[in-house]
Design a protein around this ligand. Structure first.
Ligand code: PMP
Length: 365
């Protein structure tokens, strides 16, 4: 291939990016894929038809740039958030982007950067430090308890003392699954002198109330990030969003690329949102399946970390990498998240979960 002889060392790559590792969940063509926390249920036929019609209509205007502010989509998202949380949110409170990863990147572009810090309680979502690196925000790593729960008084003290420009609280936390109760979230946000981003990618799977309920109390420092990738079964559509004070949305206008959300994305997301009730019904089925998987794993003798999300972290394996391989050899792709002795499995359809549990039985043999 042209350019094959050129390596990273031949390029003027930023020094601070040298030796880094890209995000890399393997995309392998195996029968049972339980490694990226997607919703295993494909969109219902009525949703597919609606998305197709909406995209066809939008395609007639493909010669024009999209609505830069995605106003109608944001109004729809505000309505969904208001209906699900009871908190009155308007279009000015909501911002949308290509997945919540882009939301998080825009947040660090605006509020992080050289000379600034972002803090996370690890293990947590691996993209937080990667986005920090990309935006040259210094990453402050703070450990959770050995059982992966958050020691709230200690975490509050760390936030007050380290005073990061941006703190990430992931609830439910990926890859460990636990969520933060609202009174504890309040304590953490109150303790943080800087901005707090509550990453709620999996919140629909949790029975705990959303941090959206704290926005009125902390309008100058709380930002709640959400996605349509998980509960909404729209990972391929790429749509993430946030709820915050309108000034936060104004700040992001300074860093976002113009026309970042295509006409097709906006039309498809709006169509998908019209079917929210139907799509979100899968959440109950997945939560019930999660309980079944957790119990079965415990019966097999595994340690399972309590989860409020659509995945569970379990162990313990002398060699997690080798065990991950053994699952793959049985046609089951799960995730080695780099936590010693542990692996993470996404909750799938009952059939997929049965396949995973059968493979697990082989593994304990
Ligand atoms: N936050 C968390 C905690 C996640 O696990 C993920 C997806 N793995 C995301 C954000 C980003 O998802 P997306 O860009 O698809 O919205």
């Amino acid at each position: 291939m042209i350019g094959d002889g050129i390596g990273l060392d031949d390029l003027p790559l930023r020094e601070d990016l040298r030796g880094g590792t890209p995000y890399g969940a393997p995309q392998l063509d195996v029968h049972t894929r339980l490694n990226t926390n997607e919703n295993p249920y494909p969109p219902p036929a009525a949703l597919v038809a609606d998305v197709s019609a909406a995209v066809a209509e939008a395609a007639a205007a493909l010669h024009r740039y999209p609505d830069r502010d995605a106003t109608e989509l944001r109004a729809d998202l505000a309505r969904y958030l208001t209906a699900s949380s009871g908190v009155p949110l308007e279009v000015g409170n909501v911002w949308a982007a290509n997945g919540s990863n882009e939301i998080l990147q825009q947040l660090l572009q605006a509020f992080g950067g050289p000379g600034r810090t972002a803090l996370g309680f690890e293990p947590s979502y691996s993209m937080h430090p990667i986005i920090a690196a990309g935006t040259r925000t210094e990453w402050v790593r703070t450990p959770r308890r050995p059982d992966f729960s958050l020691d709230t008084p200690r975490a509050a003290a760390v936030l007050a003392e380290r005073a990061p420009d941006v703190a990430f609280l992931t609830s439910p936390n990926n890859p460990t699954g636990g969520s933060i109760p609202l009174p504890e979230l309040r304590e953490l946000v109150a303790a943080a002198p800087g901005l707090v981003v509550v990453d709620e990618a999996y919140v629909e799977f949790s029975s705990r109330p959303s941090a959206v309920g704290l926005l009125e109390e902390f309008p100058a420092k709380l930002i709640v990030s959400r996605t349509m990738s998980k509960a909404f079964a729209f990972a391929g559509g790429r749509l993430g969003y946030l709820a915050a004070a309108p000034a936060v949305v104004d700040a992001l206008q300074l860093v976002r690329l113009p026309y970042h959300l295509s006409v097709l994305t906006q039309a498809a997301a709006r169509a998908a949102l019209r079917h929210a009730e139907e799509t979100l019904r899968s959440v109950h089925a997945l939560s019930a399946e999660r309980e079944r998987v957790v119990e079965s794993l415990r019966d097999l003798g595994f340690d399972v970390v309590p989860s409020d999300a659509n995945f569970v972290l379990f162990g313990r394996f002398a060699d997690a990498r080798a065990t991950w391989r053994s699952y793959l050899d049985q046609g089951v792709l799960i995730r080695d998240v780099g936590i010693p002795e542990h692996l993470r499995v996404t909750i799938g359809t009952p059939d997929e979960n049965d396949t995973f549990l059968a493979a697990s039985k082989e593994i304990v043999r």
